[in-house]
Design a protein around this ligand. Sequence first.
Ligand code: TYM
Length: 317
Amino acid sequence: MTKFQERVFSGVQPTGTLHLGNYLGAIKNFVELQNKYNCVYCVVDQHAITVDQDPKELRSNILEVLASFIAAGVDYKKQIIFQQSSVPAHSQLAWVFNCVSRIGWLNRMTQFKDKAGKNKENVSVGLMVYPNLMAADILAYLATHVPVGDDQKQHLELTRDLAIRFNNTYGDTFIVPKAYQPKTGAKIKSLSDPTKKMDKSSENQKSYILLLDDLNQVKNKIKSAVTDSEAKIYYDVENKPGISNLLTIDAALLKTTIEERVSHYKDMSYQDFKLCVADHIVAALKPIQEKYHALIKDPSLDAILDTGRDQAKMIAH
Ligand code: TYM
C-alpha cells in the first residue's frame, strides 16, 4: 500500500452495549465505506480505561463491540478489525503527541470539560490527553477519512492540528485526515430530552435505544419519546426537537432525506408516525441482533482480533 492511498480509520469504545446513535453516526457508515476504501476499525480499549473499568467486564465489552461490528455488516475478511492495546504503536505515538500537543488545546475540548465537570483536579491524566491518543490511532495508519459522529468532530480537528504542527516542525510525515459524516444521523438526540445527544450514560433508560434492546422495549421507548403539543409533523430542530430527532432517525435508517420523510408523514398523527419509526428501527435491529447472538457464542472471535492485530501492526509500525 502506498503512502497516499486513501484509507479509513475509526474506533469505538468498549464501554457497554452500543446504542442507536453509535450505529447511525458511525457503524452504519463503516459498512458503507468498506465498499470504496481499505478500512481499519478499532475497538479502543485504551480509551475506555481513562475511567475506571472492571477488567472482566472490559474484556467481554471488547468482544461485544467486535461482534456488533460484524453483525452490523463490517466484513472482517476484507477489512481490519482489532483491539487497540494489542498494537503498541498507538501508545508509542501518543507519547510523541503528548509532547507536540498544547495543554491549552486539550483544555478547550468540550468532551473533557463535560466529563471532568467540576472535578477537573481529580480525573485521570488519561482523560485529558485522550485526544492525543485518538490522534495517534488515526495518524499511525495515515488515514484519509475518519467516520465519526458530531461529538468527535472537535477531537478530529485537534488530530488535524497535531498532524499539521508535526509536519511543519519535523517535515512532511502525516496525512491530515478528514472527518466523514453522514448527511443525516451524525447527532442522534436523547428520546427523553431531545436537546441533548443520545448517550447511554444517561440515567433514564428510555432516553436511548441499545442495539441489543428487546424489540418490544424499542417500540415502547419510541412511543414514550418526548415530542410537543402542536400535532403537526415538520422538521424544526429548535422548536420541535423531538419530532425532528425521530425524522432524522427515520431518514438515516431508510437512507433517504429528511424532506422526503416529512412529505411522507406530514398528514399523520404523532401516534401513527411513532409506530412507523419504531417499525423501521425494529426492522434494522432485528437482523443485527440475530447475527450478534449467533456470533457472540463463537469461540473464533478471538482469532479475528488476532488476525486484525497482525495486519494492523504491519501498517502502524
Ligand atoms: P464513542 O465510542 O463514544 O462512540 C463511537 C462512535 O459513535 C458516535 N456517536 C454518535 N453519533 C451520532 N449520535 C450520537 N448520539 C452518538 N454518540 C456517539 C461517535 O461520534 C463515534 O463516532 N473517541 C471516540 C473513539 C475513538 C476514535 C478514534 C474514533 C478513539 N480513537 C479514532 C475515530 C478515530 C469515542 O469515544 O467514540
